[in-house]
Design a binder for this molecule. Structure first.
Ligand SMILES: Cc1cc2nc3c(=O)[nH]c(=O)nc-3n(C[C@H](O)[C@H](O)[C@H](O)COP(=O)(O)OP(=O)(O)OC[C@H]3O[C@@H](n4cnc5c(N)ncnc54)[C@H](O)[C@@H]3O)c2cc1C
Length: 413
């Protein structure tokens, strides 16, 4: 069996694993990054970069890319039913929030990593690992997709060969179904009710388009979010109820387009989009011409019982899951990747493990507070359509916890 040696083996090349790989590489630490998929994701998913994330990405040398391709926003418009009620500040001390599709982010992170001399090993799945006296031995299967089945042919994965990867440390950045977390025997505790959203990204006829700000629309039983995309399209996410759960998924697409018609996606047909807009946002006048992406996604609120053990750490969705509207999973995930990267660098250089322990403890505490909404501002009273959602505003607003109390006061005033 072929064997590779490295300092840190990273399982998962989503935005969080890629950022960690880049940070470690720039710190002079050797990494191997494996991902079981064939390529990065292809849709906008978490498309808002919090100001703190923009600062971080600029530190990684991505400033010029963001300046030219990621539109900046300093405010978010809030509607209570059909009435605009306020504009919330989104900017941090140094940067505005920027809109950048997750597929764009993954692509530029991978390109940057390659320019630093590291190639992601796509089609390589971590299948097992164990601790050794000097570190970790990871077993990774190189896989290929093959067309199988008669009559209803489909693509399936097959292992071609296995690799052994000896590393001093393993990081599971392997997403919500994390093999790393499961192999460590950690639980992934559900903290509260899942949220289900129907998502539509679409273009309109040129003459129909209007400039929009990131917008949240509160109704007593649902929240909807409108985002202008970096390409000048629109993305609506409408909260829906459990009747939609049969069509729910939480896997990232790897194909460039959805070859679809309404029959292929009955739960998110075009008529439904028009209906949602008419009922929840009648002020939104652009007429959808072409739906580029549609999906029904279930977002759970979960946190791992520990953020790793021994020579293994978790980061990003493998450690925690939050709602989609505040985009905390990716933004905090990438900021945690930086802390973990620095902690690992210190451990590898100076044999000092205290920062890794602090990383685990801080991450756990921060997410427990966020998901339990403990950082909410006192007993504030919000407009009637917003009040029923008071207990989930902490992870609904795209604002980090240190600015949240001020923004909540603004919403209540
Ligand atoms: C349809 C959809 C819509 C979404 N919309 C939003 C949204 O509006 N707002 C929001 O905040 N978030 C949204 N998300 C969630 C967001 O995409 C995730 O929070 C984000 O991708 C987490 O980043 P990550 O790097 O931690 O994990 P991921 O991006 O999930 O990356 C994990 C990677 O690990 C790889 N992997 C898994 N197992 C293994 C293994 N055993 N070996 C090797 N590699 C492995 C996977 O292939 C994947 O590439 C959405 C997700 C989906 C699927």
């Amino acid at each position: 069996m072929k064997t590779l040696s490295t300092d840190v083996l990273i399982a998962g090349a989503g935005p969080v694993g890629l950022l960690l790989a880049l940070w470690l590489t720039r710190n002079g630490v050797r990494v191997v990054v494996v991902d079981c998929a064939a390529s990065p994701g292809t849709h906008s998913y978490a498309l808002g970069l919090h100001p703190e994330t923009v600062t971080l990405l600029k530190e990684c040398g991505l400033g010029p890319t963001l300046e030219s391709h990621a539109p900046a926003h300093s405010e978010m418009l809030v509607y209570a039913e059909e009435e605009p009620v306020t504009r919330l500040p989104l900017a941090g001390k140094q940067e505005p929030l920027r809109v950048f599709g997750q597929h764009q982010l993954e692509s530029v992170l991978e390109t940057k990593l390659r320019s630093e001399g590291v190639e992601v090993l796509w089609c390589h799945a971590l299948t097992d690992f164990c601790e050794t006296p000097d570190g970790i031995e990871g077993i990774v299967d190189e896989r290929e997709e093959r067309l199988v089945g008669y009559a209803s042919a489909h693509l399936d994965w097959f292992a071609r060969r296995s690799l052994k990867i000896n590393a001093r440390f393993l990081v599971g950045a392997d997403g919500h179904r994390s093999l790393t977390r499961r192999r460590l025997g950690l639980t992934f505790r559900e903290i509260g009710k899942a949220e289900i959203f129907a998502v539509f990204e679409f273009v309109c006829r040129d003459e129909d388009t209007i400039p929009v700000l990131p917008t949240l629309v509160f109704h007593p039983k649902s929240i909807s979010a409108l985002w202008p995309t970096a390409q000048g399209n629109y993305r609506w996410a409408f909260e829906v109820d459990a009747r939609f759960t049969r069509n729910v998924r939480r896997e990232k697409d790897r194909y460039l387009a959805q070859w679809s018609n309404d029959a292929a996606f009955p739960a998110v047909e075009e008529g439904l989009l028009r209906d949602f807009i008419a009922k929840r946002a009648p002020w939104f006048t652009p007429k959808p011409k072409n739906i580029l992406w549609r999906s029904v996604v279930r977002f759970e609120r979960r946190i791992a019982s520990e953020i790793g053990k021994g020579r293994v750490a978790l980061v990003g969705d493998s450690a925690h899951l939050g709602g989609p509207l505040g985009m905390h999973s990716v933004n905090l995930g990438m900021q945690e990747a930086r802390s973990l990267g620095d902690a690992l660098t210190r451990w590898i250089r100076d044999d000092e493990a205290s920062d890794i322990l602090a990383y685990r403890e801080n991450t756990l505490n921060r997410w427990q507070a966020l998901l339990a909404n403990q950082s909410q501002a006192g007993s504030a009273v919000y407009p009637a359509a917003i009040q029923p959602h008071a207990n989930r505003l902490a992870w609904t607003l795209p604002v980090p916890d240190d600015r949240l109390a001020a923004v909540l006061r603004e919403l209540a005033s």
